[in-house]
Write a new protein. Structure first.
Length: 285
């Protein structure tokens, strides 16, 4: 949900949609610098959450962060930015920060995985008494982005010495695009069996539910409305009714209704959000 008008407005927008969970950006996702959170802003957000039935809440980290790079300048900037993201999430009482591991560029895969593990240890080690998690998001595999296979995700966890405050976020669009067949029941079962074997279901903390405009194995990250893409309706029905995932937050990242500048700060139902939420809720047995 948008935080236009202030972080607490995101909670209000989630409530009018009868949401049970929420994801926000705590800063501009396309900029390095962030305005510090104010005490009254933190209090307003935490108060709004306490008065709602929305839990858990997660943040999504800036898209600029790349902790898989060998470039020393970009790496230092990325680690500092991730530390700030975790600090902000901790202040707001969030479950975790969803993070794209980044692109390895010219680095060998094993070396890039080691760089990710080192950065995760540094960031979480700087806040040893913190509760906020870093949630590694499985990626679609565009270009040299890291994290498009369960083997790579498992490697990052191993490189970070298995720190308990590292979890995983699975995105349905990314799974399909990276080559995991969710469209058949056999493929669905094989995907999560493989995840359990390599990563472990205990590490899975969040789902992003998005259909995909591109087919299985395309390695192209293009979200589509639920049931209107290459995944289709049935895999979402299986997911919504899978008892292994009944306790997990499932978050939409589908396209929202276009609004002019005057309408972006309003708290009102978004027709496209309402459509996608309605579709998913209709699938519950």
């Amino acid at each position: 949900m948008s935080v236009a008008g202030g972080l607490a407005f995101a909670v209000a927008r989630a409530r009018v949609h009868n949401c049970e969970t929420l994801q926000v950006f705590t800063k501009n996702a396309s900029q390095w610098r962030a305005r510090p959170l104010q005490v009254d802003e933190i209090a307003a957000f935490r108060g709004a959450i306490e008065q709602s039935d929305i839990h858990p809440v997660v943040a999504h980290a800036s898209y600029l962060i790349n902790i898989a790079t060998m470039n020393p300048g970009l790496r230092a900037q990325s680690v500092a930015a991730l530390e700030d993201e975790v600090h902000r999430a901790e202040a707001l009482g969030l479950l975790g920060v969803v993070l794209h591991p980044g692109a390895r560029l010219t680095a060998p895969i094993d070396e890039a995985i080691g760089l990710v593990g080192d950065a995760l240890q540094r960031v979480l080690g700087s806040r040893p008494n913190g509760k906020t998690m870093i949630l590694l998001e499985h990626t679609a595999g565009q270009g040299t982005t890291l994290g498009s296979t369960f083997e790579e995700i498992a490697g990052m966890l191993d490189a970070a010495k298995g720190m308990p405050r590292i979890g995983v976020c699975l995105d349905t669009c990314h799974l399909l695009a990276s080559g995991y067949d969710l469209c058949s029941l056999e493929g669905y079962d094989a995907t999560f069996t493989r995840f359990q074997q390599l990563v472990g279901l205990d590490r899975l903390k969040v789902f992003h539910l998005n259909d995909s405009r591109k087919p299985c194995g395309s390695r192209v990250d293009r979200h589509e409305h639920i049931g209107k893409g290459c995944i289709g309706i049935e895999p979402f029905r299986w997911l919504m009714n899978d008892p292994r995932f009944a306790h997990l937050p499932m978050i939409l990242e589908t396209e929202k209704t276009a609004r002019d500048a005057r309408g972006k700060g309003l708290v009102e139902i978004d027709p496209l959000d309402e459509m996608n939420l309605g579709t998913l809720r209709s699938l519950l047995a």
